[in-house]
Unconditional design. Structure first.
Length: 336
């Protein structure tokens, strides 16, 4: 039977949750029991608890294992050898730099989603013929802002990032994520070019949404790499035992291919089957391609048209519908 060894420790150094009230947790052989917690969670006490003895906190060394303290017991020499925890400060700092960089890349991914929504709204205004030149300028500026943020991150503390990767390991996932974001920027630029041809190209909206879909696919690929990288270094800093699986990095990836588990949605381009008299919550829209959609938001707009063109696209987890010549975009769900 393993012998229980009691040692004296400075409780405040290891446990922020030690309580020394004489009878709050009961007594053990006439001595007040001390409750131990690690990061606020109580330690499971065996047959011998921690106690207060002559004004000192006595903790069975086996309980400290739950706080990450390791030891060996030499029964022959009646000696407990506690293993000192050592930390590679330089390596932990490198992990922190890389984790922060992945967090910044994740924020950039969110900017792409916002920019795509902004461009979609600009298309709605363009269809309604509301100050076309101002709208196109707005779209172009939105993509340029994204380009500037991308360039800023690409040059983000290069020296620190180089030191971090040399201390830990090479980070091909970072280059891969930046490559995906760069591909997405090219697709957004092409989308803005499509908007610019709104009065000369009858197929401009199809090209516009195709480019948005390509951008979304590239961003999804990059975000997957970014979140894996962030989790990896977060766990390393926390000393987590969670197993990290490095995603496969290809030297020449096809960034237009969706990541595993992702789904793609092809833009619907059709016409209303018959009369259209505007938007209203719950309204049913039957399309000439046989699909049936229902409006789910509370946007209201009266506008009569016969068999107008309709575009339905995916925006995040929702579907949006645009009717040609109407300056409103509504959220819909497919019934058939």
């Amino acid at each position: 039977m393993k012998k229980k060894i009691a040692i004296i420790v400075a409780a405040s150094m290891l446990f922020g949750g030690v309580v020394s009230a004489a009878s709050m947790w009961g007594t053990y052989k006439g001595n007040p029991i001390i409750r131990l917690t690690v990061n606020g969670s109580p330690i499971k006490t065996g047959d011998v608890p921690a106690i207060s003895y002559n004004g000192r906190t006595m903790i069975p060394v086996n309980l400290l294992q739950q706080a990450g303290v390791t030891y060996t017991f030499d029964s022959k020499n009646q000696t407990v050898d506690i293993k000192q925890q050592t930390f590679d400060v330089a390596k932990i700092k490198s992990y922190a730099v890389l984790m922060d960089y992945y967090a910044a890349l994740n924020t950039l991914g969110s900017r792409f989603t916002q920019t795509q929504s902004l461009l979609t709204n600009d298309l709605s205004y363009l269809r309604a013929n509301l100050t076309p030149q101002a709208i196109l300028t707005h779209s172009n500026n939105a993509v340029n802002d994204l380009v500037n943020e991308y360039n800023r991150l690409q040059a983000f503390e290069k020296d620190k990032l180089a030191v971090a990767t040399s201390i830990s390991q090479l980070e091909p996932a970072i280059d891969q994520a930046l490559l995906g974001y760069s591909s997405a920027i090219d697709s957004l630029k092409a989308a803005v070019t499509s908007l610019g041809a709104y009065n000369t190209d009858t197929d401009f909206s199809t090209k516009f949404f195709d480019n948005l879909e390509k951008a979304a696919t590239s961003v999804s690929t990059s975000e997957n790499l970014v979140m894996n990288g962030y989790t990896k270094y977060f766990n390393l800093i926390q000393g987590s035992t969670v197993t990290y699986v490095q995603p496969q990095i290809n030297t020449a990836p096809d960034l237009s291919t969706p990541i595993t588990g992702a789904t793609t949605f092809s833009t619907v381009n059709s016409k209303i089957d018959g009369d259209f008299d505007g938007f209203e919550n719950g309204k049913i829209f039957k399309l000439q391609n046989g699909q049936i959609w229902q409006q789910t938001d509370y946007t209201y707009k009266y506008s009569y048209k016969y068999a107008p063109k309709v575009t339905i696209y995916k925006d995040g987890t929702k579907f949006k519908m645009i009717v040609d010549g109407v300056d409103k975009t509504v959220t819909v769900e497919r019934l058939k």
